[in-house]
Design a protein around this ligand. Structure first.
Ligand code: LLP
Length: 386
């Protein structure tokens, strides 16, 4: 981990802040591009994972498009220099204003999540004298075997068009003259570590693809979303996720014509491991039950994942004074009992002022930060500008 190598340079910074290892980010992006281009696959960076401008620039320089989930994300990607032809836009609740803006920009495709939305896009595009390119997001009912809060492709989820409704949607399409269906889109969940899930997804996509083909749809791309998980338990044993296996699964199981473009929307796997949240120990205390609690100056306002998903992030004391190890609960500053980064973890004794690193925090960390308790938003430090 970068922070361990450069701790002496970090002590001068006011905490908490995000530290980004730009070399690791570049290696990760490069590996993802190498492994996907082996099969001609295209990647859109899921901006929701981290909209830090420097991270987005690195993703764009690596040649990625951008996957957006709001009009502001579309605008942000365009202002950062992403060509509109590289932008896809998903989300169950696109507002009229967001749709109009994206139509104006002529983005690659709207990933459309309901029949109702399709009708509204059609209406708004008609008003502008345009034809909207749309990929139908189908909910394929595949269990992603991940935390239920980040599962998106099971039958009762709010995402996508139910596979049971595709008949109805297909029947309605000929009347929607200002919508051109150019592809199918799927995204079944995030932090997927059981890679056979992607095998199951491919098999479902094959069936659905055939269904559309048989009804005369001329589709030019399929978008398989994101979801590839990372190793939160031992980040150093897998700093770059296994993109080779991930893409090879689709190559093996996806059976659609080779002329069809295959797209992905990766977020976490590209940016999680390059980011650490650096914090300082403020206070030590002991509970009535005898547990050691170290209060650090970060909190759920900088990294909400442990509070929201009971997510585990490895933590390291970067400035241990001695080697005596103790069991600690690492708690944040916010007035919420869920504001705990870890429970009963073994660390070299923590003293006031020690720097701690909360690892694998580059995805859904700073992007989900809030100003609750009027906290300042966390800053960013990049390894190449230290
Ligand atoms: N495409 C769509 C339509 C998505 O909704 C997402 C993530 C992605 C792509 C990127 O998925 P990834 O490759 O990052 O797994 N805040 C949660 C994760 C929420 C994911 C939301 N959608 C967390 O911290 O675990």
């Amino acid at each position: 981990m970068l922070s361990r190598k450069i701790t002496d340079r970090l002590v001068a910074y006011s905490t908490p802040f995000y530290l980004y290892d730009i070399d690791l980010l570049r290696n990760t992006l490069q590996r993802a591009v190498e492994e996907s281009s082996r099969y001609g696959y295209k990647i859109h960076y899921a901006l929701k994972a981290n909209f830090d401008p420097r991270i987005l620039q690195e993703a764009l320089q690596a040649g990625l498009g951008v996957d957006c989930v709001s009009g502001n994300e579309v605008r942000y990607a365009i202002e950062a220099g992403c060509p509109a032809s590289g932008i896809v836009y998903a989300g169950v609740g696109k507002s009229d204003k967001e749709i109009l803006y994206s139509l104006e920009q002529d983005i690659f495709a709207f990933n459309c999540e309901s029949r109702h939305e399709l009708e509204i896009i059609n209406e708004l595009a008609a008003g502008m004298g345009k034809v909207a390119r749309v990929a139908l997001r189908i909910n394929p009912d595949v269990d992603p075997m991940t935390h239920r809060y980040i599962s998106t492709g099971q039958a009762e989820s709010k995402f996508g068009i139910s596979y049971k409704e595709i008949d109805e949607v297909a029947a309605r399409l000929p009347e929607l003259k200002n919508v051109e269906v150019v592809g199918l889109h799927f995204h079944i969940g995030s932090q997927i570590r059981e890679l056979r899930v992607f095998e199951y997804l491919s098999l479902r996509v094959n069936t659905l693809w055939k269904w559309f083909e048989e009804r005369g749809f001329k589709l030019s791309h399929v978008n398989l979303g994101g979801g590839l998980g990372i190793d939160y338990d031992q980040p150093e044993s897998e700093p770059v996720p296994d993109f080779a296996t991930y893409f090879s699964i689709f190559k093996e199981y996806l059976k659609i014509d080779s002329s069809i473009e295959v797209h992905f929307e990766l977020g976490r796997s590209l940016v999680a491991q390059c980011g650490e949240l650096i914090s300082r120990v403020l206070y030590n205390k002991t509970t009535a039950g005898g547990k050691n609690v170290a209060i650090v100056d970060a909190s759920m306002t900088e990294l909400i994942r442990p509070a929201l998903y009971q997510a585990y992030h490895a933590i390291e004391n970067l400035t241990p004074g001695g080697m005596e190890e103790k069991l600690y609960t690492i708690a944040g500053t916010v007035c919420e009992s869920s504001d705990i980064f870890a429970r009963d973890i073994c660390l070299p004794e923590l003293r006031r002022g020690d720097l701690v690193s909360i690892k694998s925090a580059g995805a859904y960390g700073s992007a989900m930060a809030s100003r609750y308790n009027l906290h300042d938003l966390p800053g960013s430090v990049y390894s190449d500008s230290l």
